[in-house]
Design a protein around this ligand. Structure first.
Ligand SMILES: [Zn+2]
Length: 291
C-alpha cells in the first residue's frame, strides 16, 4: 500500500454526538447531524443512558419509571428521521431530575474514569473527526447532562492526543438571547394546549436553570442555520413521543413557533478554539461538498 493511501486510511472522519438521554440529540444537534449526514459524512449518536426516568415529566410525586425499551426505540426512530446511523448506548440508568434521588447504576453516580474510558473505546472504534456534546452546564443543569459533558470532553481530550484521533470538539449551548424567546414559546404552547395548570416545580426549576446556565451571546462561536433540514429535526423530535406532552405537531401555529425556536442550532467551538470575535456557520472538520 502506498504511504499516502495508508495515511489517508487513518484520517478520522464524520461526526459523533454524545448526549445523555434519548431526545437530547434531537433538541440540541438534530439539525447539524442531519446536515452533516446529507453532505455525506458518517454521523453517530452515543447515548449514555437509557432514559428510564423519563416517565411523566414535571410531576414530583409520581413514579417516573419508563420502560427503557420505549426510549431506545424512540431514539432509533429519531436517528432514522435524521438520516444517521443506528444509536449506540452506554446503558447507564437515567439519574432523573435534580432532587429525585439518582438510582443505582445511573450515569451521575458512575465513576468518571469508567465512563470516560468507555467513551474513549467508542471513539477509537468509530474514529470520528468531530465530537459534539453538552456544554458544562448541560443546558439546564440535569445531573446526567453535566456528567455527560464532563466525561465526553475528557474522552475527547484523551482520544485527540492519539494518532488518528478526533480533531474538533463542540459544546452545544444556548445563548442568553434565546432564553426569553424560549420562555415565551413555552407559555404560548401551554396556553394553546389548553393547559391552564400553573407550571410544576420541576418546570420552574428547569426554567430558572436555563436562564442561569445560558451562555453570553458573544461566547457562542457557531450558529448553524438548519432550515433546510427542519423537517427532519421535527420528525426526529416527534419520534420521542413519550417525552413530548402531546405536542400539536400538525397545528400551523405550533409549527410556526417551532420554526422560530428550532431554525438555528448554537455551539461553542472548544477545540481548536476560534480566534476571539470570529464566528462560523458550520462545523469544522467535516465534508460540506466543497461549498
Ligand atoms: Zn436529557
Amino acid at each position: 500500500m502506498a504511504g499516502g493511501k495508508e495515511a489517508n486510511s487513518t484520517a478520522p472522519s464524520g461526526l459523533l454526538a454524545i448526549f445523555a438521554h434519548p431526545d437530547d440529540e434531537s433538541y440540541g444537534a438534530g439539525g447539524v447531524m442531519a446536515l452533516a449526514a446529507a453532505a455525506g459524512n458518517k454521523v453517530w449518536v452515543l447515548c449514555a443512558t437509557n432514559g428510564d426516568q423519563g416517565g411523566r415529566p414535571g410531576e414530583m410525586d409520581v413514579d417516573h419509571a419508563l420502560d427503557p425499551e420505549i426510549r431506545r426505540a424512540e431514539l432509533a426512530c429519531a436517528c432514522e428521521a435524521l438520516g444517521i446511523a443506528e444509536p449506540i448506548f452506554l446503558g447507564y440508568r437515567d439519574s432523573g431530575m435534580e432532587g429525585w434521588g439518582a438510582p443505582e447504576g445511573s450515569l451521575s453516580l458512575a465513576p468518571k474514569a469508567e465512563v470516560v474510558e468507555r467513551i474513549v473505546a467508542v471513539i477509537r472504534r468509530l474514529r470520528p473527526a468531530v465530537i459534539v456534546t453538552f456544554d458544562p452546564g448541560g443546558v439546564y443543569g440535569h445531573p446526567d447532562h453535566t456528567a455527560c459533558s464532563a466525561t465526553a470532553t475528557a474522552a475527547y481530550e484523551e482520544a485527540a492526543a492519539e494518532p488518528g484521533g478526533p480533531i474538533a470538539l463542540y459544546h452545544q449551548a444556548l445563548p442568553r438571547s434565546y432564553i426569553a424567546a424560549m420562555r415565551a414559546g413555552m407559555e404560548e404552547e401551554r396556553r394553546r394546549g389548553g393547559d391552564d395548570k400553573p407550571p410544576s416545580e420541576d418546570d420552574l426549576r428547569q426554567q430558572e436553570a436555563f436562564e442561569k446556565l445560558a451562555r453570553p451571546d458573544d461566547e457562542i462561536t457557531t450558529v448553524v442555520p438548519i432550515g433546510s433540514v427542519l423537517e427532519r429535526k421535527i420528525a426526529a423530535l416527534a419520534c420521542h413521543d413519550s417525552q413530548m406532552r402531546n405536542r400539536p405537531w400538525d397545528d400551523p401555529e405550533a409549527r410556526a413557533q417551532m420554526e422560530r425556536m428550532f431554525g438555528t442550532e448554537t455551539f461553542v467551538r472548544v477545540d481548536p478554539p476560534l480566534p476571539v470575535g470570529e464566528k462560523e456557520d458550520r462545523f469544522a472538520g467535516l465534508e460540506w461538498g466543497g461549498k
